[in-house]
Design a binder for this molecule. Structure first.
Ligand code: ADP
Length: 262
């Protein structure tokens, strides 16, 4: 039937708040934040959520490569970007798609904030997306502030290696979200434990259990650990997030996604 005034109001509220943002953050670069973002998005999609992926990492946008969408330029309609479909069923947009290929992005705060707005306020609804996984830049800069103040994430997931230094930086990133009232969904320990492909011996190049201990100390949920695995790197480089496959890595990411979605 024809929607009444009350229904219209509910629909408008849903339109405003219906899009749920999960920010994936880290204290520093190189800890696997982009890798975790891509795989978390794919794993959430496999769990049946309507997920989209935003690559807000202005320093090193890597989602076009991770999602096999390199060189694809998003189109725009009525000044609104249309997310790019990927073979993994997760539509995406990246800062890297807003600048000519290979060009370094050296934006000042307001420009980065404007670009973030274009990505987050794209026509996600038109792609059937209601949950956005956002790969944040490392650290606590302009994009973080803009994300927190303007786009109100439903929650933040923090990625760290077990290493002390990475953990100290992660704690700073956590602090930013906590002070702004953004719920921290939990910590993920990446590159935890390395299984030697020759003899099977497990070693811990970056230590082990650090993120779990830190989560406990901060009173935050620990979401799980992803091992350092050559298969994760090679599959990622080939644009095939291991979460889309059926190996042991896929199981690890599915477990992670289950906890994030809970
Ligand atoms: P960040 O986004 O934090 O800068 P990336 O996700 O780009 O980090 O990861 C940095 C490098 O480490 C990439 O080459 C990636 O393939 C690799 N990598 C990330 N996580 C793992 C892992 N669990 N096992 C093996 N390689 C990984």
């Amino acid at each position: 039937g024809v929607p009444g005034i009350r229904d219209v109001r509910i629909m408008q509220t849903a339109e405003k708040t219906g899009r749920r943002i999960i920010a994936v953050a880290s204290g520093k670069g190189g800890v696997g934040k982009s890798t975790v973002s891509a795989n978390l998005a794919v794993a959430l999609k496999r769990l049946g959520l309507n997920v989209g992926l935003v690559d807000a990492d202005i320093y090193g946008p890597s989602q076009p490569r991770l999602m096999a969408a390199e060189g694809v330029k998003p189109e725009a309609r009525d000044k609104q970007l249309i997310p790019v479909a990927t073979r993994h069923g997760v539509p995406m947009l990246s800062m890297g798609q807003l600048v000519p290929g290979g060009q370094a992005i050296a934006w000042r705060g307001p420009m980065a904030a404007g670009a973030l707005g274009q990505l987050v306020d794209a026509d996600w609804a038109g792609m059937g997306v209601d949950t956005l996984v956002v790969d944040m830049p490392p650290g606590t800069g302009d994009v973080q502030l803009s994300m927190i103040q303007k786009h109100k994430p439903a929650g933040a997931v923090i990625v760290s290696t077990p290493q002390d230094l990475a953990l100290i930086d992660a704690t700073r990133a956590i602090d930013l979200f906590v002070k702004a009232g953004v719920p921290v969904i939990g910590l993920i320990e990446n590159m935890a434990g390395y299984a030697c492909p020759h003899c099977g011996e497990i070693s811990d190049p970056f230590g082990s259990g650090g993120a779990e201990a830190q989560a406990k100390a901060l009173g935050l949920p620990f979401l799980g650990r992803i091992p350092l695995a050559i298969a994760i790197r090679t599959a990622s480089d080939a644009g095939d997030p291991p979460a889309a496959g059926d190996g042991p890595e896929a199981t690890a990411f599915t477990d992670l996604a289950t906890r994030v979605a809970a």
